[in-house]
Structures are given as structure tokens and as C-alpha cells.
Design a protein around this ligand. Structure first.
Ligand code: NDP
Length: 298
């Protein structure tokens, strides 16, 4: 079945945690026939009342429809759930968060069982599912034709971003984006800590912080261009030398405010190291090269 027909593609959804439930509800609301299965059956009750068909076993759920969406805890649970199902000629879309390596292995595993496979990384929280205005989306990688075939159905719960044939690339983009988010949260934690002992209302500082982070975020486009061209001095706004010279101010302020610099120092250490190896006229982009290791670490 393809999405070009007027019929809404039936969907089987394995896993009714908070995310799986939100996904199932979005498809139900849009009029798709939905078959659900969850290890703990009671979690399916609300969806059953909303029109979902509840399968007694994962095998029964998989046999119900050609399109199978898994949204389980981790890769181990995906293998456990799918092992005793018949995947021949099924279209498996795995939205479970995994590593890129696990996604590639799971794709091979699914292909060996006769299935087509797409991997997904959900860039949204459950409240953003079925709410297009929230900006949430799902990254997909794996079979391009499979993505194109099911794109209209996959676009129902959230926006879609296809990032290529390598089934590991959705997970890689997912982890890369979330890693950047943690860096941002780390910076915000340090900023709030600096103010903590002062008579400054954090709620008056927060808008300044949010606006500043938003204003700085587009700098990643310059970084990307420098990485692509290999010229780390291209379009530099604040040189590495100038920024390294400024680091004592940040460390002294942290000390004076009684704040540990432990979130800042790893980055500053890399900036200093790069300055010893390259021209101070560079941007901060050279730090990225210092992070690369020849072999994956344990
Ligand atoms: P929950 O913890 O709410 O639900 C986990 C689901 O996995 C439940 O359905 C649970 O079943 C099932 N499960 C766990 N272990 C097994 C197992 N061994 N066998 C069968 N089923 C199992 O997680 P979420 O729904 O929030 O997340 C699901 C996936 O979505 C995760 O990979 C998560 O990283 C990803 N995600 C979640 C986001 C969020 O904000 N929630 C955001 C982006 C991605 P049971 O009910 O029986 O315990």
C-alpha cells in the first residue's frame, strides 16, 4: 500500500511509553487505522477507547499491517520485541533512540529478516507530537524509496528530515544535535551560577540569556563554511588570540563569585592548545580538529 491512495495507511505501533502513545494518538486523530502493542497491556487502554486496535502480542501487531513503527526504550528492547515476529515484506520504521552503530546493525538485522528499514531520531518531546506549530521533527535515514513512500504518513506526528541512505545517520544527527544542546545547557548553568549569590532575579536574567544564545547560534554557519573550505580564518569576527586573551577574565570572575570553572575549563584548555599550534588569526573552529581521534575510544 502507498500513501498516494486516498486511504489512510494503517500503522502498527510497538511501544506505548509517553512518546509511543503520543505518536499513536497523532495517527489516530488523523484518521489512520492504528494497531498498538505494549509489553504492559494496561498502557493501551486509553488508546483503545480512542479507536486503536490492541494486539495481544507483538507478533500479532506486526502481522496486522505492512508499516511497523517501533518506539521502545532502547535497541535491546527492539530486538527482544521483534525477535519472535515475522518481518518478511514489512516496512520497519524504528524511532527508538540508539547509537549510529546500533542503527546500522539493526538495519542489517531487519534486512536479513526480509524487511525494509528506516531509522529515526525524534527531535521533539511528546507534547510536540501532533502539534506542527511546535517545530518538532523526526530525522530519518535508511532506504530513500521507503522514506518517500511513507513520507505523508510519517509527517503526521511531526515534521520529517531525511538525512541519507546510511541507516546510522539519523541517530548520528540526533546525538550531535543533543550534544550541542548539552553544551548550551552547560553554559547556561555556569551563567546562572555566577549570579546565584547576588541579588539578581534569575527570571529577569533568563530573557537576556535566551536572546543572547539565539543571537550567537547563527555563528555555526560560519563554522560550517570554515570546515567546508578548510580556511579557519575566513570571515573571522573574534580571533582565537583575542578570545584566549580573554579567558583569565572569565576564570577570575568565576573565582570571585565562588563558582567552579569546571564547565568552562575543558573548552578553554582546547582553545589554548590550538593557539600553540595554529595562527591566532583563526576562529575557534580549530578546536574541532583537536577533538578528533584516529580510533573510536572505548
Ligand atoms: P518510556 O520510558 O515512557 O517507555 C518505554 C517503552 O519501552 C514502554 O512502552 C516500555 O514498555 C517499553 N519497553 C522497555 N523495555 C522493554 C522490553 N524489554 N520489552 C518490551 N518493551 C519494553 O519512553 P518514551 O516513550 O519516552 O521513549 C521511547 C523512545 O523514544 C526512547 O528511545 C526515547 O529515547 C525516545 N524519545 C523520547 C523522548 C521523550 O521526550 N519522551 C524524546 C525523543 C526521543 P512498558 O510500558 O511495558 O514498560
Amino acid at each position: 500500500m502507498t500513501d498516494t491512495t486516498t486511504e489512510k495507511t494503517p500503522v502498527t505501533l510497538l511501544g506505548l511509553g509517553t512518546m509511543g502513545t503520543a505518536l499513536a494518538r497523532a495517527w489516530l486523530t488523523a484518521g489512520h487505522p492504528v494497531t498498538v502493542w505494549n509489553r504492559t497491556p494496561s498502557r493501551a487502554a486509553a488508546l483503545a477507547a480512542e479507536g486503536a486496535r490492541v494486539a495481544r502480542t507483538a507478533a500479532e501487531a506486526v502481522s496486522a499491517n505492512p508499516l511497523i513503527v517501533a518506539c521502545l526504550l532502547d535497541d535491546t528492547s527492539v530486538e527482544e520485541v521483534l525477535t519472535d515476529t515475522t518481518l518478511t515484506d514489512k516496512d520497519v520504521v524504528n524511532l527508538t533512540t540508539t547509537t549510529p552503530a546500533q542503527a546500522r546493525t539493526r538495519a542489517k538485522w531487519a534486512h536479513e529478516r526480509g524487511a525494509r528499514y528506516l531509522d529515526g531520531g525524534i527531535m521533539a518531546v511528546p507534547a510536540m507530537i501532533g502539534a506542527p506549530e511546535s517545530g518538532g521533527y523526526v530525522l530519518y535515514s535508511g532506504s530513500g524509496p521507503l522514506f518517500e513512500q511513507h513520507r505523508p504518513t510519517l509527517a503526521v506526528p511531526a515534521g520529517t528530515r531525511y538525512v541519507g541512505e546510511d541507516p546510522g545517520h539519523a541517530a548520528l544527527h540526533d546525538v550531535a544535535l543533543l550534544s550541542a544542546m548539552y553544551g548550551m545547557f552547560a553554559g547556561a548553568a555556569h551563567a546562572f551560577a555566577l549570579l546565584r549569590k547576588e541579588d539578581i532575579d534569575p527570571t529577569t536574567f533568563a530573557p537576556l540569556l535566551a536572546d543572547w544564545l539565539s543571537a550567537m547560534a547563527p555563528a555555526v554557519h560560519r563554522t560550517a563554511d570554515q570546515l567546508r573550505t578548510g580556511d579557519y580564518t575566513k570571515g573571522v569576527v573574534s580571533t582565537l588570540a583575542m578570545q584566549v586573551a580573554g579567558t583569565p577574565t572569565f576564570l577570575a570572575t568565576a573565582r570571585d563569585q565562588g563558582v567552579s570553572p569546571e564547565l568552562l575549563t575543558p573548552y578553554f584548555t582546547l582553545m589554548h592548545r590550538r593557539l600553540t599550534e595554529a595562527t591566532g588569526e583563526e576562529d575557534l573552529t580549530g578546536v574541532i580538529d583537536l577533538l578528533l581521534r584516529s580510533e573510536p575510544t572505548a
